[in-house]
Write a new protein. Sequence first.
Length: 173
Amino acid sequence: MRKGRFKTSELTLLAMLTAILFVQETLLSSIPNIQFSVLLIMVYAATLGIPKAMLVMTVHVLLDNIIWGSLNPLTACPMWLGWFILILIGFALRKTPLPAIVAGSVLGSIIYCLCFALFNYLFMDINIIAYLTADIIFEILMCCSSVVTVMFLYRPAEKLINMYYSKYVNKEE
């Protein structure tokens, strides 16, 4: 197999993980900032590595923005940047104890929200203090959601993806 090509089983896994990320976010979209996205993106970064996690996240951002009708750089770019930073955090913390990963999920949630504030401030001339004041409850909700999901589901999700990867992807010739 040439370098840079995906095995069929690996491509299938990435497609399934992308679908899981997209579907859970869509199903929970009526509840602002309550999600499993932070958990999933951190687990994907830890188990798949940065390039594959970025592929999953990029497809997710494109789908999310196409489906919700906001394929606008002022929405898609801060979303992509926020998730990209979370991938870096998830990858950096992949071998640390769970409390550090939970703290990383809080940091990642805050950075994700701040990416939108920064883009709105820079490109739409919105008052950053007013934006952050209005957004604080949503940031708190996202942080709480991230803490709970990462605390209870990170290790089982990590184990499940690693098991699938070693059982199916590494076995394919």
